[in-house]
Design a protein around this ligand. Sequence first.
Ligand code: PGA
Length: 252
Amino acid sequence: MKLNPIIAGNWKMFKTGKEAVEFISVFAPKVKNSSVDIYIAPPFTAIYQAAAAAKGSSILIGAQNMHAEQEGAYTGEISAGMIKAAGAEFVILGHSERRQHFHETDEGVNLKVKSALKAGLIVILCVGEMQSEHDQGLTEEVLRRQIEGGLKDITAEEAASLVIAYEPVWAIGTGKTATPELAESAHAFIRKLLTEQYGEKLASQISILYGGSVKPELTPDLMEMPNINGALVGGASLKIETFAAIVAGATK
Ligand code: PGA
């Protein structure tokens, strides 16, 4: 069974609330008839306005990060309940930029995954190896550590709201997209890890997205692969035309 494709945009630290509303008001009509599940993660400050603008469309709005605690004395932080109340329906966790620049560990990501699922959010858990790990042939070892660590003690029931994004760090923002075959082999390995933890049936229902320099012209070939169920798109999700073209490329 081929899962319905998910195309998710990660806007990173780009766009104000006003810019998000302008984007969505033009983008939503363009993808109105698409059967693809479309997710957009703007910065925290734009979630409320983006969710209001996306109301009535099939676009889901989410966040790019959150704190694991529900509330407390954590200056500058934002919880799962807060993003949910602002209109988020999903959250991206463990993105490589969070791991690299903000020292996030698998243990810390795991706490966030638990908290987000408890709050009723869909979680996009990001995994992927760095260039040096790739060169040393350590991809599967890294994926095992990140998947097993990130999903520690996550029950099968909770895993039903889980999406995995395979994002090789060497492909993010570099223009160097992984070949469909290379991505497929990593995705198949991730599926195997999910099968070990949750059994074949549930593992086959968890979407695994590819991320890293996804472009419109490469989307159809990536989507042909049996274990690639969609894409997590950074740079190319910031422009209406390219993001709409990626959605179109995933529609079949
Ligand atoms: P990119 O980013 O598409 O700009 O490579 C992907 C991501 O970081 O999720």
